[in-house]
Design a protein around this ligand. Structure first.
Ligand code: ADP
Ligand code: MG
Length: 682
């Protein structure tokens, strides 16, 4: 038996190299290893007869090799091993690419299990590079096989073998972290059974039982952890802000705030006067004017004698916030500074000195704001924009730069209620449920690629009227496996310049450009020095160019609904009628349905709910990017019922035993999940 904290090196077959590769996945200890859950499973149980193989479907067959394997050299870097396999029902021709060792390994007259996609015709069946194993010694065929997320140097087989050994070493000593009574009340299986069957499921039933148990556990501890964080914050006291005359701020704005914006501002100011650190989320659809709510809070805090910081997820966005807010707040006596990764060293030095010396009141920037050397004289308010891009830890890191600063989180991702419950369990929420006046709804169309000539003609017309255009392509390089060159930003922009709009000003921007170059292009576009901006999704969050009236999205099928909604939010920010054109040749029904939703509604909440229904929550928050500790199995989109059960169980337990004295294993688990976060989050 081994300690869970033991290094994975203790496992036979894991040497220095492999340990290093596993480390890249975050797998260091035995606990990490057995907690590396499969991403999905392949059912390779039913073994078919060759005759019953259906071209296009993956299946397992048991067949004997009928003639010696043939090795042929096709060209440099391409060797084939071909074998003919037979069973009582027919013949299967199997080809392996670049696996020359199989020539000697596969024995004529022996029976093997092959798992792969059947191809060929009904009469002549073939398989290309299937998984192959000698019958009777099968690890990855003839059963439900776990498929793990991988990294370079770690194959499926290595992982599943290592996990097998890891489980054997510790499955009997796994502490059952769920209190027994709760486990029984909710019909949850034991921890050992759950770990065994999540990795090597006996059958579907066992897999589902295990998944349910592990997901419940995650949601249960997550709820308890959040409750702890909330309680901690409630006992922290900070000097309350005092009321400030906001009239000069409102007078300096070029417009009056909407009622919804005002309400959000009031809610936030009330928090800051309460004597307990504010922890508030401002949720508002794209274009609802979150920035001004933030600006009001900054003004308020600075007039209270503290500093404020605003962290944006991209250079472009930080730059834009600075360009918009510095002149406005500067007029009101707020000294602003910009700090990003591309701020030149000398300037960076000046800004950090001014921040630590209290000569700057408001810092706007990117992650650079939380770099180790950056100190604040008196940080009283921390704002993160488009928060779904930041994890809990990053928020915490910025907060850690002050003594319990107030935090305001702004998000444009409308989050369905079930999801908000768990994602923002520790935040108060304000909603800006109103757009500034004069906005017209964005006309949205989904069209096939054959419409491009018409789309281009339409763009030309709008440009002639003085408007600007975004065209979004899904990727940066031309070496993507997709054949259509128009889909790559650089090539697309060149094609437009040379063939379609030689007389218009076409610029392009993508994620691989240097920040300074990106910034230059964006600034030029914002200043109307260009008509058409071809871009990747770097423009997805927050970019604000009110004169842009149309956005064209190529390969629209590649984007999730929430992402498309964000992209569409780049237009319709001024008073011009705006358009969103989604180009896609997809034949896939689900995808077509997704695009149709876009054409039917501009309501972000409805879109978010559809998205959740169609794709699950992964689209909102990359599975591991949401920054929530310990949610690896629970699917916050689909496990709503389980979430309710787990929350009720957690609340009942906390009401009875707030310190979890009666269940030390549970207390320890919460500690492991939340200590780090709690230390900085408070
Ligand atoms: P988002 O909520 O997407 O961050 P922004 O804060 O970028 O939205 O605001 C979108 C646009 O609306 C900006 O150009 C901003 O100046 C403008 N705006 C914000 N509030 C108002 C308002 N009350 N009246 C008119 N325009 C506004
Ligand atoms: Mg914004």
């Amino acid at each position: 038996m081994a300690e869970l904290s033991a290094n994975v090196r203790m496992i036979k077959g894991i040497g220095e190299q492999r340990a290093k590769a596993l480390g890249k996945l975050g797998i260091v200890t035995l606990r990490d290893l057995i907690g590396w859950f499969p991403r999905r499973y392949e059912d390779r149980r039913s073994v078919k007869r060759i005759m019953d193989l259906i071209p296009g479907e993956s299946a397992c067959v048991a067949a004997m090799i009928a003639s010696p394997p043939q090795l042929s050299h096709v060209r440099r870097g391409m060797d084939l091993v071909k074998v003919r396999a037979v069973d009582e029902s027919g013949v299967l021709d199997v080809t392996f690419f670049n696996q020359t060792w199989l020539k000697n390994q596969l024995q004529q007259g022996e029976t093997y299990l092959f798992y792969g996609k059947a191809e060929g015709s009904l009469l002549r069946k073939t398989m290309a590079s299937p998984v192959v194993e000698p019958e009777g010694r099968c690890e990855t065929t003839g059963r439900i096989v776990p498929i793990y997320p991988l990294a370079a140097g770690v194959s499926q087989l290595i992982l599943s073998r290592s996990i097998r050994q890891g489980l054997d070493a510790c499955v009997d000593i796994l502490p059952d972290t769920l209190p027994d009574q709760i486990r029984q009340e909710h019909h949850l299986c034991r921890i050992g059974y759950a770990y065994e069957n999540i990795h090597f499921p006996e059958d579907e039933k066992a897999l589902e039982l295990s998944r349910r148990r592990l997901a419940f556990e995650e949601l249960f501890f997550f709820t308890i952890g959040l409750a702890h964080l909330r309680r901690r914050r409630a006992v922290i006291h900070v000097p309350p802000c005092i009321a400030v005359d906001m009239a000069p701020f409102y007078a300096a704005l070029p417009f009056s705030l909407t009622a919804a914006q005002r309400r959000c501002v009031e809610e936030a100011l009330a928090d800051m006067c309460s004597g307990i650190p504010m922890n508030r989320l401002v949720q508002g659809d794209v274009g609802s004017g979150k920035t001004m709510v933030a600006a009001a809070c900054v003004y308020f805090v600075v007039k209270n004698g503290s500093q404020a910081a605003l962290m944006a997820p991209t250079e472009i966005l930080a730059q834009q916030h600075y360009a918009g807010l510095a002149p406005l707040l500067g007029k009101l006596g707020v000294r602003c500074a910009l700090l990003t990764g591309s701020t030149p060293a000398k300037e960076k030095h000046t800004v950090t000195t001014q921040l630590s010396g209290g000569e700057v009141d408001f810092a706007i920037g990117t992650h650079a704001l939380i770099a180790g050397e950056v100190e604040y004289a008196n940080l009283g308010l921390v704002i993160t924009d488009e928060q779904h891009r930041f994890g809990v830890m990053q928020r915490a890191a910025l907060s850690g730069k002050g003594a319990h600063p107030h935090t305001l989180v702004m998000s444009a991702t409308p989050i369905p209620r079930t999801l908000a419950l768990i994602l923002y369990g520790d935040l108060e929420v304000s909603v800006i449920d109103q757009l500034p006046p004069g906005r017209r709804s964005i006309a949205t169309y989904a069209v096939p690629g054959s419409y491009r000539p018409r789309v281009y003609a339409f763009l030309r017309k709008l440009v002639a009227e003085g408007r600007q255009v975004y065209i979004v392509c899904p990727m940066v390089e031309e070496n993507d496996e997709l054949p259509d060159e128009r889909k790559a930003v650089t090539a697309y922009a060149r094609m437009l310049r040379e063939e379609v709009f030689p007389d218009l000003r076409v610029v392009s921007v993508h994620g691989k450009m240097k920040p300074r170059e990106k910034e230059a292009v964006m600034t030029a576009f914002a200043a109307h020095d260009a008509d058409i901006l071809v871009a990747t999704t770097v423009i997805e969050v927050g970019v604000d160019v009110p004169n842009a009236a149309v956005i064209v999205v190529e390969n629209a099928e590649r984007f999730g609904l929430s992402q498309l909604h964000q992209l569409r939010g780049r237009v319709g920010r001024g008073t011009h009628q705006s358009y969103c054109i989604l180009i896609s040749d997809t034949q896939n029904d689900e995808t077509r349905q997704r695009l149709k939703v876009m054409t039917q509604t501009t309501d972000g909440f409805r879109i978010a709910e559809e998205d959740l229904r169609l794709r699950g929550p992964g689209d909102f928050f990359g599975a591991r990017q949401h920054g929530l500790p310990g949610l690896k199995i629970a699917d916050i989109g689909c496990d709503t019922q389980l979430l309710k059960e787990a929350q009720q169980a957690a609340e009942a337990l906390l009401a009875q035993d707030p310190e979890l004295r009666s269940c030390p294993a549970a207390a320890q688990r919460v500690g492991e999940l939340f200590t780090q976060a709690a230390d900085t989050l408070n």
